[in-house]
Design a binder for this molecule. Structure first.
Ligand code: IMP
Ligand code: MG
Length: 179
């Protein structure tokens, strides 16, 4: 499937499932070699569910844990600028070494919200890993430790990423086709 149509928009293939798995491997290797101890991974739902499940299977650090939070900021193909917390942080995570797992970092508004939630919990350390990063859209100074691939400012979907909730199940990543 080179092209697909969702909600009356056309998308073309951009990153194949094989390339995605290579990117995931490289991120997992970097995390494994980073020296982080007893990590608590926090995957940001819904978008990061496939990335998290693939990357976690490659993590070899002892005493690795994973938890989930659910945030939402996008409506259609644009950010609303407001982040709602749909499922918050569970349990006591003070003193933990956190690795945030994001599908994509765009403006950074969501990341900023996550970092402020984690700081309130008095965690020991926060590292950020994202499959995709849009440097031209990024407006924050927060350091991103592990970046899978930097991409231009195009809307993408598939492999967990949605367009108004559909497209998350696609194995490849597609980008919006310019008509
Ligand atoms: P930010 O807060 O602007 O950095 O946006 C982050 C969130 O918006 C991501 O976690 C995604 O869920 C969503 N998002 C940003 N860009 C895209 C995109 O191109 N396709 C689908 N979702 C996106
Ligand atoms: Mg997301």
């Amino acid at each position: 499937m080179k092209e697909i149509s969702l909600h009356n928009k056309t998308f073309e293939i951009y990153i194949t499932s094989d390339e995605i798995l290579e990117i995931v491997d490289s991120i997992a290797n970097k995390i494994n070699n980073s020296g982080i101890k007893d990590p608590l991974f926090i995957a940001v739902m819904n978008g990061a569910f496939l990335f998290a499940s693939d990357v976690m299977r490659k993590i070899t650090i002892p005493n690795t844990e994973i938890s989930f939070i659910k945030l939402s900021s996008y409506s259609g193909t644009e950010t609303t600028g407001k982040v709602s917390e749909l499922i918050g942080i569970e349990g006591n995570i003070s003193g933990r070494n956190i690795v945030v797992l994001e599908d994509i970092i765009d403006t950074g508004i969501t990341l900023e919200k996550i970092i402020s939630l984690l700081k309130k919990e008095e965690v020991a350390d926060i590292k950020v890993a994202t499959l995709l990063f849009k440097p031209d859209a990024y407006t924050k100074d927060i350091h991103i430790d592990f970046i899978g691939k930097s991409i231009p400012n195009n809307f993408v979907l598939g492999y967990g990423l949605d367009y108004d909730e559909i497209g998350r199940n696609l194995p490849h990543i597609y980008k919006l086709k310019n008509e």
